[in-house]
Write a protein that binds this ligand. Sequence first.
Ligand SMILES: Cc1cc2nc3c(=O)[nH]c(=O)nc-3n(C[C@H](O)[C@H](O)[C@H](O)COP(=O)(O)O)c2cc1C
Length: 264
Amino acid sequence: MKKLFIAMVAVLALASCAGKKEAASKSIVIYYSQLNSTKAVAEQIANKLDIPIVAIQPVVPYDDDFNATIQRGQKEMNGELPEIKPLDVKLEDYDVIFLGYPIWFGTYATPMMTFLKNADLKGKKIVPFCTFGSGGLNTSVNDLKKALPESEILPGYGVRAARLDAIPTEVDYFLKSNGFLGGDYNPLPDFSAQAPASDEMKALFHAAVDSYGMIRAEAESVCERAIPGGKEYFFTAREAMGGTIQVYVVDPDNGDPVFTQVVR
Ligand SMILES: Cc1cc2nc3c(=O)[nH]c(=O)nc-3n(C[C@H](O)[C@H](O)[C@H](O)COP(=O)(O)O)c2cc1C
């Protein structure tokens, strides 16, 4: 009877761990969020992996007013970084750090810069995640690689603040497809070959980006793939100011097309 009980406990323990990979046991989420969008992603990751989560906090909080934060952020980018409160975390206890930040001026926000300047992240695996108005995942990841040459920067996840309802599904896919979380997922197909954008595709592009206001561009070429519940497009577009951008657009079966990320 006792043996049977021990066996049952062992099976239950295995079952409860089955969704989480071994890497999760030495992982932590460290994030900065001014307006809670990045916090929402951070909490989703920490909950799914059942790992600790710590917030970076500036000593002097940012003003709620957007323009005031822009002005202060710009000054900090060009001058002295903001002070942050000491973090109650022993970094040496962790080997994987999920590092979250809002995109400010195309890269990670200045409180995260302060953290990176002072933290010893040598030899750690860094998994970046961010939220943004239009994009900045790739540029911020490139900056992380430069700032942390002795860390391993893994593929990251980014989402527009306007699409926070997509977080649960996308974070689940991100964690599973990168091996942090066990369980089934359907890998997305590759995109088709890039082809010149038809008038219909140009109209779809406009429908997806025009309401954002800060993207003034014309679609030149596009490729596509099927995704659950719709189609995803990857446009190359010429900006009115000159230069090229790449834009991911999702066109749901039920609903209007939205852009999910601009890549510069
Ligand atoms: C100072 C500042 C600069 C910003 N710069 C960018 C930018 O360059 N690109 C962008 O897409 N969004 C930019 N944003 C928008 C934020 O990235 C976006 O609102 C983000 O989701 C905020 O995250 P949080 O709620 O975690 O603070 C900026 C916001 C602020 C306050």
